[in-house]
Ligand binder design. Structure first.
Ligand code: ADP
Ligand code: MG
Ligand code: MG
Length: 914
């Protein structure tokens, strides 16, 4: 059978239905469902949908249509004419239609719609007659058609790119504004039939003048022009960039819906509106919406007039004086209320609906699953679950990880944010919103914060010495660095708002000035950041606490917890972080970084001792420094093991290149030289000797342990003694000791010997039978994944360090990727930043190989991930699929990982069913 390109709907019947979104687009499929489903049969103006396949064909065949299309459209139009008892182009009783876009997934406002198609000088008298002599209405419809058509079909689809403010639509609007002003009118509705008639004539002249072509006053030409314009709007600039952001494939194409016009602008018994079956802002189960009397659809969204609330529930400060639909048209309101109830029951989810009232008759123009914010999503899911409307599995799928993220951080009031233009854009490194006064140094951040001031730390880029200031600041803004730069990593770990790599910034530390595009901001000036979007605003925008009642969130997370298979651990370096993560439901620590105790609060003393150890020359010097350092390390580890009592804690042995800790400040250097009893010159020489040209691939990780076994021994002893002491106190510590930067099994053998020796010594010293523990390795060097079978003969667990693995696998420095990442993404070379979401085809393959070979050598090998990817939803799903035992992420991301892990199970089940 030949392909069917056109699907009719209307009159209680439809060729398509809701399940055909891929072919008919979301709008078309739902129009068919509303019109034709036996449980609905709603008043939908009749029409037809031209399939997405035609769009695909159109682009594959130099913008030509399949040969059969013309005939099919004509036949479909005849069906509509029969239902309506009117004819398209008939001067006596003309049928008018709208030409509407509609892709598989809704792309609100991204593509074009043309209303009132079929209205011409010839058909105007017929419409006037059939509207009861309402000339004003007819010319209002005509001027709208002319405006939309010249804009959408003649200019945009014609590929004309006018200068700012010189688009045809803008020019026509100026003519209209001028006419209103000349007559002293306030709103569009003040324009009379005569005014509108004159306007239409002026519009046509202007169009000819600007676009060099006549406005087509012929119905069929208008119809095909409209259809072509919708197809070409699929590749319009707005639509293309929206698809990039929302990851909608270019190949999908859009459908075109041609639908009988109904008129909300026929007088005061007519109206148009938009509503939601529940409140999309907070999830309350209340009908919520707005409408405009005597208006056509686009007016509501365009914000030309202030819409009125449909009921008391929907009133707000700015519309509370206005007449509600419930009061003004009670019968219609009741009908609409019943329909929205039926729609929600039918679709089993909150619906976003568009309706129009023509002379006291209600028509449904659109329905779709409504967009909602994070708090609303959780609330709706839990309410619908409670009402047994949906199953627990469905409830889990109703909240996206990004929506959950919204709940966990304060945000900029979204309504107000919409009215502000960002000063600059960077990478969204730490979620939520924050506002504060600009400071340029960590020291200032700390001092200002002590005076109860809210500050935002602005830096070229941050380094470990800024940590105190970063902690004290509300948010962090940097000019350089990528998503895994120091600032981003730290901020995310704390759940702190952060924007990095904001290239438009020029930070002048000396003058304490921030330059953005010619604008100068000084210390103390207010800015506001949206770390979820990466936007920087001038001034102080109001914040909102997006946190819903914790009880609701917690019950939601409990359901997720029951469904997921993956364990969820956290990356935590302090007992406080560990406690916070447990509160969020973490089931252990996947990464405890020993070196963290040398940064930030209380780090002075241990850092000094570490430095002493680093610049030691002889084993004796080093051992002495290590002995002094030992109690600090032990105390830190003990605190964390205790906070995670009963849960495993993966403790990584010292990882960074040592020279990172060498002090730079004169005073610190002098103190060190004095304590070591050496000259400044000698100290400088020793520090110089530590210098490496490529430290990230230099003397670090296990390599430190190989050359300085006493450094490993000290750390391992601190871990075992901490555990032994806790055991004696009746606790259940469970350390897993992890060796970083390993590439060969012999490195592990070397460290294992130390591990065994210290273990025996500790058990003996404390007189205990055994300490529950494991010895394992991080897999972060590509070679390690390949020789995983050998590593697993020694290692009892693997943890994939996907940050370094991505760095070394791609050969991209994560600190420098900002320089070219943008171009790589724009040119489609990379789909996204591989440091954010695991590159499943490449790095993912290394992970799969590592797991497979590792488990072949050791059954029951525990496998987890501790890179930043462990909290990123798609990466979590990947970790589930490849059979990891757990993911680990920063405490604030634990709930998100939990949700993603539960969704991974459900998606897998759904895929198996298919
Ligand atoms: P979008 O996808 O951008 O929402 P629509 O195709 O829904 O675009 O059209 C925008 C508005 O135009 C609708 O909200 C509706 O009010 C109005 N509209 C579209 N088709 C018709 C029609 N046949 N009769 C009356 N109004 C219509
Ligand atoms: Mg719409
Ligand atoms: Mg590493």
């Amino acid at each position: 059978m030949a392909k069917k390109y056109v699907y009719n709907f209307g009159g209680g019947k439809a060729d398509g239905n809701e399940s055909m979104k891929n072919l008919l687009g979301g709008k078309g499929a739902n129009l068919a469902e509303m019109a034709g489903n036996k449980d609905l049969k709603l008043p939908v103006p009749p029409g037809f949908t031209i399939t997405t396949e035609v769009c695909i064909y159109y682009y594959q065949n130099k913008k030509k249509y399949p040969a059969a299309l013309k005939k099919e459209v004509e036949l479909a139009l005849i069906k509509v004419e029969k239902l309506m008892g009117k004819k398209f182009g008939d001067p006596n009783n003309p049928l008018l239609v709208s030409v509407r876009s509609g892709a598989r997934r809704s792309m609100p406002g991204m593509m074009e719609t043309v209303l009132n198609v079929g209205l011409t000088e010839k058909t105007i008298p017929g419409l006037v007659k059939h509207s009861g002599g309402n000339e004003r209405f007819v010319y209002d419809a005509y001027r709208r058609l002319i405006m939309m058509y010249s804009d959408v079909v003649m200019e945009k689809a014609g590929g004309i790119e006018p200068k700012d403010d010189m688009g045809i639509r803008k020019q026509l609007e100026r003519i209209m504004d001028e006419a209103k002003r000349a007559k002293g009118y306030k709103t569009d509705t003040d324009l009379t039939a005569k005014d509108l008639k004159e306007l239409c004539a002026k519009f046509k002249i202007k169009i000819k003048e600007v676009l060099g072509k006549e406005f087509p006053d012929e119905p069929m030409q208008q119809l095909w022009g409209g259809i072509g314009a919708v197809f070409s709007s699929w590749n319009g600039k707005r639509a293309v960039s929206y698809r990039r952001i929302e990851a909608i494939p270019d190949e999908w194409g859009t459908a075109v819906n041609v639908q009988t016009m109904v008129f909300g602008n026929m007088g005061n018994d007519s109206a148009t509106g938009v509503a939601f079956t529940r409140n999309p802002g907070n999830g309350e189960d209340e009908f919520y919406g707005e409408y405009l009397i005597n208006a056509q659809g686009e007016d509501v969204v365009a914000g030309i007039r202030t819409p009125a609330p449909i009921n008391t529930y929907s009133t707000s400060e700015h519309n509370k004086e206005m007449l509600t639909l419930e009061k003004g048209m009670p019968k219609i309101y009741k009908e609409l209320y019943d329909i929205q109830n039926r729609l929600e029951k039918h679709y089993r989810d909150m619906q976003d609906i568009e309706f129009t009232i023509e002379k006291g008759r209600l028509f449904m123009l659109q329905c779709r699953v409504g967009k909602r914010n994070g708090p609303a999503a959780v609330r709706m899911a839990m309410d619908m679950l409670k009402d047994k409307f949906i199953s627990p599995q469905e409830a889990v799928m109703r909240v996206t990880p990004a929506q959950l993220d919204e709940l966990l951080h304060p945000i900029i009031d979204p309504k107000i944010e919409l009215t502000h233009k960002p000063l600059a854009k960077g990478l969204p490194a730490g979620p939520g919103g924050a506002c504060g006064q600009i400071v340029f140094s960590s020291h200032e951040a700390v001092t200002w914060a002590k005076e109860e001031k809210k500050v935002i730390l602005v830096r070229e880029e941050t380094n470990p010495e800024d940590v105190e200031g970063m902690r004290a600041a509300q948010a962090i803004l940097t000019a350089r660095g990528g998503m895994t730069s120091h600032a981003a990593l730290v901020a995310r770990g704390w759940g702190k708002c952060c924007v990095v790599g904001c290239g438009a910034l020029h930070v002048d530390n000396a003058k304490k000035e921030l330059h953005i595009d010619g604008k100068v901001l000084k210390e103390g000036d207010w800015i506001t950041l949206n770390g979820t979007k990466g936007a920087v605003y001038e001034g102080r925008l109001p914040m909102m606490d997006a946190t819903e009642e914790d009880t609701l969130l917690n019950s939601f997370l409990k359901i997720c917890g029951k469904i997921k298979r993956l364990g969820i651990r956290t990356n935590a370096d302090t007992p406080e972080d560990a406690a916070k993560a447990r509160f969020f439901g973490a089931e252990g620590i996947g990464l405890f970084r020993t070196e963290h105790m040398f940064y930030g609060k209380g780090a002075d003393e241990p850092l000094f001792l570490l430095r002493k150890m680093i610049v030691s020359k002889t084993v004796e010097e080093r051992k002495r420094a290590l002995e002094e350092l030992f109690p600090y390390v032990k105390k830190d580890i003990k605190g964390t093991l205790e906070a995670m009592d009963g849960f495993p804690v993966v403790i990584r042995l010292l990882d960074p290149p040592l020279h990172e800790f060498v002090p730079r400040e004169e005073a610190k250097l002098q103190q060190l030289a004095k304590d070591l009893n050496i000259s400044m010159k000698e100290l400088a020489d020793r520090a110089e000797a530590l210098h490496e040209s490529n430290p990230m691939m230099g003397h670090r990780g296990v390599r430190l342990g190989v050359t300085y076994p006493e450094v490993s021994a000290m750390q391992i002893r601190a871990i075992f003694e901490a555990a032994a002491e806790l055991l004696k106190e009746g606790k259940k510590p469970y350390p897993e000791i992890m060796v970083p930067v390993v590439c060969d099994v012999k490195e592990l053998n070397d460290q294992m010997a130390i591990y065994k020796k210290v273990y025996e010594e500790t058990v003996k010293k404390y007189g205990i039978k055994n300490i529950k523990c494991m010895f394992g390795t991080m897999i972060e060097i590509p070679r390690a994944a390949l020789v995983a079978d050998q590593l697993a003969t020694v290692a009892e667990f693997f943890s994939f360090g996907t940050n370094d693995m991505t760095q070394m696998g791609f050969g991209f420095s994560r600190d420098d990727i900002g320089g070219f990442l943008g171009d790589y993404i724009n040119k489609g070379i990379l789909p996204e930043d591989p440091f954010q979401s695991i590159d499943q085809v490449g790095i993912g393959e290394l992970i799969k190989i590592g797991i497979e070979r590792g488990r072949k050598a050791r059954k029951g090998l525990e496998v987890g991930i501790c890179g930043e990817h462990g909290g990123e939803p798609r990466s979590v799903e990947f970790c589930h699929r490849v059979g990891m035992d757990y993911v680990s992420c920063s405490p604030f991301r634990v709930p998100i990982a939990k949700l993603a892990a539960a969704q991974a199970v459900l998606k897998e089940k759904a895929a198996k069913k298919k």
